[in-house]
Design a protein around this ligand. Structure first.
Ligand code: ADP
Ligand code: MG
Length: 311
């Protein structure tokens, strides 16, 4: 099984500052970053294994979404270097995960059931699970470092703690809603509902607000199949989802909830997760998935020759 392995940028010479996020490897080249989406998969905020083709799938989905919203907001992409590596504008990332939700589901529904506000928003009584909101809701979370869970935060707190200025927060909300609206329209044409998603924004040197990180990928978003929605909702069931729960569900079935040693993950499970990513790619992009990524050594070469230009 082609495993674009955990340390796929291993061949880099010493001295190149490489930062490893949970999923991405990042090389800082001054005013830009090289971001390689690896095949690593994280669950419960921990990196647990790799999934064949995952990096390429997520990067290609993300790139195609960025190009479909770039008329709405400046986006960070400068160049697509390979199927897994992009050159992006380096920004100062705002310390917020800007979550936008079109439907009452997931963690928002769990909070609602417990009678709690969702990121400070009090929802009307009597809403059902998976019901659409009259208008999409922004439910931000703090962006914490590795190992610390992100916490929902209210608009009031964002302003009170001066995390963002009121005018920047207004801009962030406007842009997030515009991108989400575009996302839902395009997804609908593919027979999908973009249920909720997470955006990250960053500021460039001159103070311009950029949409950064990843966009509308199955890792950062929840999608339902449109055709399954009405009937499922009417009968109180969950619509068919682009499956991102499979891996979590498997881990939970092994008694793993993020603490203590992780179970060893069999090849069949990794393959099954890979198939789900491929299915997600095909549903979102509307075309069959043919892998385009080179082997890890060739990928490293592509990155190296780009870096040469900065010598
Ligand atoms: N244009 C950008 N400028 C600066 N940082 C960025 C940009 N795009 C993404 N990032 C950051 O790069 C990291 C991506 O790596 P990832 O593996 O997703 O990390 P994480 O574990 O934080 O989710 C994130 O911390 C994200 O905020
Ligand atoms: Mg991330």
């Amino acid at each position: 099984m082609g495993d674009r392995c955990l340390e796929q940028l291993e061949g880099l010479p010493p001295g190149i500052p490489i930062f490893r996020g949970k999923v991405r490897d990042i090389i800082d080249v001054g005013d830009r970053l090289l971001i390689t989406t690896t095949d690593r998969i994280s669950a419960f905020d921990r990196v647990l294994t790799t999934i064949p083709h995952k990096g390429e799938i997520l990067n290609r989905i993300s790139c195609s979404w960025f190009s479909q919203v770039s008329d709405l907001v400046p986006v960070h992409i400068l160049e697509e270097l390979s199927p897994r590596t992009v050159v992006v504008r380096k920004t100062r990332v705002l310390p917020l995960e800007v979550v936008v939700r079109g439907y009452l589901t997931g963690s928002a529904y769990r909070a609602y059931q417990e009678g709690k506000p969702v990121s400070g928003i009090h929802l009307p009584k009597g809403m059902k699970k998976n019901e659409p909101f009259p208008r999409p809701l922004i439910t931000p979370s703090t962006k914490e470092s590795v190992g610390i869970h992100d916490e929902p935060i209210s608009e009031e707190e964002i302003l009170h703690r001066k995390i963002l200025s009121p005018s920047l927060w207004e801009q962030v909300k406007d842009k997030a809603l515009a991108v989400f609206r575009r996302g839902t329209e395009i997804a609908r044409k593919r027979g999908l509902i973009l249920v909720d998603t997470k955006y990250e924004f960053g500021l460039s040197e001159d103070g311009t607000l950029y949409l950064v990180d990843e966009l509308h990928t199955p890792d950062s978003s929840r999608y339902w199949y449109l055709s399954s929605y009405e009937e499922a909702f009417a009968s109180g069931k969950d619509p068919r989802q682009l499956d991102k729960e499979y891996f979590r569900a498997w881990l939970l079935s092994k008694g793993f909830q993020g603490n203590g040693p992780a179970p060893s993950i069999p090849v069949e499970v990794r393959r099954a997760v890979s198939e789900r990513y491929i299915e997600a790619f095909e549903a979102i992009e509307g075309v069959p998935f043919y892998p385009l990524a080179e082997n890890p050594e060739a990928e490293t070469q592509i990155v190296l020759s780009y870096l040469e230009r900065f010598r």
